[in-house]
Design a protein around this ligand. Structure first.
Ligand SMILES: *Cc1c(COP(=O)(O)O)cnc(C)c1O
Length: 407
């Protein structure tokens, strides 16, 4: 008799963004002339920059001729891309990461979901609350957690690290020592960033206690302040305790193109085994390489023109972030984020729950955001707006909120 993976049945309800989608669709059906603006889902809107498009065109043309055609890519990534990543993202920042410690993939969502596979099922997981849901859900699917606790609105057997206003939206070192610690900075959903000294404390804690930090740096390109680390390998000792996940989605608009990478230093050993070798084994068995043309597009991200064009693109989104943050603060909202990340985290006015504020904002201003409670119990009473819209839509959405939402 076939049985299913019962761990999947522990997952509650529908996925956050499908619930939002249904609510918006229902509202639009009843209000056909409403022009709804979404500052909700974390998808980019600006087209790929010319340097990347040129590189894609060239690579496509190579595929048209027998002499330059490419079949299966190397499992772990083409050298031209791994070298560009190692040099630009790490060595130029003074971090000793080599090309063969970089594993190219189709994105950070897959990597952040798959990385747990190389760890035993008895590992205890710690996550921030609120959190990017992939870290928790994939550990639930694997059977590394207990059941969903409807009262606490989270899973038994997981260490949740609250990120609230009181602690500057940053997690505190957990009293109960976990095995795996997921950290994401700059953060989705709160938009918060950690200082280099702050992150060093986590690295020291992990080395002291034998933990592994899984560090998601998908928003690294949005860092604007001096003392905020671009990679965890800026911290001393990170090579013996940290895995880093990176994506081309947010810095270069690859959400539909698909490219990312994972860094595992060779010194990172647990249970007598180099995690680098386990991940190489896993990657080689289950993944057949990111597409050649996409890896060429990724290489262009590091070209002189690519860098200049992407700096401008990130600047475009960060102008939105500044507009949202400053306008809402002036209107009396309590806001954070938006300085080193394309997310603004606002406290819902009055005593509204996150979903009440969602409905209220949709109705009054025809603006869609993301309820903070969708990212975890501690996100209740908060709301996420993204800077990924067009500038025009962002201005329009903000002016509607200023006009229609009374505090
Ligand atoms: C968007 C995002 C990613 C990137 O996912 P891709 O699969 O590379 O598109 C990773 N982590 C977080 C926290 C994100 O918000």
């Amino acid at each position: 008799m076939v049985t299913v993976n019962h761990n999947y049945l522990k997952l509650p309800g529908s996925y956050l963004f499908s619930t939002i989608g249904k609510k918006v669709k229902a509202y639009q059906a009843e209000h056909t002339d409403a022009r709804i603006i979404s500052l909700g889902i974390g998808d980019v809107t600006q087209p790929l920059v010319p340097a990347i498009i040129d590189s894609l065109h060239k690579a496509v043309e190579e595929m048209a001729h027998a002499e330059t055609f490419r079949g299966y890519a190397p499992d772990l990534g083409y050298d031209f891309l791994r070298n560009a990543i190692a040099k630009n993202d790490y060595q130029d920042r003074g971090c000793q990461i080599c090309a063969d410690e970089i594993f190219v993939s189709d994105g950070a969502k897959s990597d952040s979901g798959n990385i747990q596979e190389i760890f035993g099922l008895d590992n205890k997981v710690a996550v921030c609350d609120p959190v990017y849901p992939v870290y928790v859900d994939t550990n639930v699917m694997a059977g590394r957690t207990g059941f969903y606790n409807t009262q606490r609105e989270n899973f038994d057997g997981v260490i949740y690290m609250p990120c609230r206003e009181e602690n500057g939206f940053l997690p505190e070192l957990p009293e109960e020592v976990p095995d795996l610690i997921y950290l994401c900075f700059p953060n989705n959903p709160t938009g918060g960033a950690i200082t280099k000294e702050g992150l060093q404390q986590w690295v020291d804690y992990a080395n002291k206690n034998g933990c592994v930090i899984i560090y998601d740096a998908a928003y690294e390109a949005y860092i604007s302040e001096e003392n905020v680390p671009h990679t965890i390998y800026e911290c001393e000792g990170a090579r013996t305790c940290a895995i880093e996940l990176r994506s081309f989605s947010k810095n270069a608009g690859f959400t539909g193109v698909r490219l990312g990478f994972t860094v595992i230093p060779k010194e990172l050993v647990r249970d007598g085994v180099a995690l680098h070798d386990l991940w190489a084994r896993r990657h080689g068995t289950k993944f057949n390489g990111a597409p050649y043309i996409v890896q060429r597009a990724g290489e262009a991200v590091y070209s002189t023109e690519g860098k200049a064009q992407l700096k401008e693109q990130v600047g475009y989104y960060m102008r939105n972030a500044k507009t949202i943050r400053e306008s809402l603060a002036n209107a009396g909202f309590s806001v954070s984020g938006g300085v080193n990340a394309p997310y603004i985290w606002l406290k819902t006015p009055g005593k509204m729950t996150s979903w009440e504020f969602f409905d209220y904002l949709l109705e009054k201003a025809n603006v869609v955001g993301t309820p903070g409670s969708g990212f975890g119990a501690q996100g209740e009473g908060y709301f996420r707006l993204t800077a990924f819209g067009t500038y025009e839509n962002t201005l329009e959405a903000i002016s509607r909120i200023e006009k229609e939402v009374s505090l």
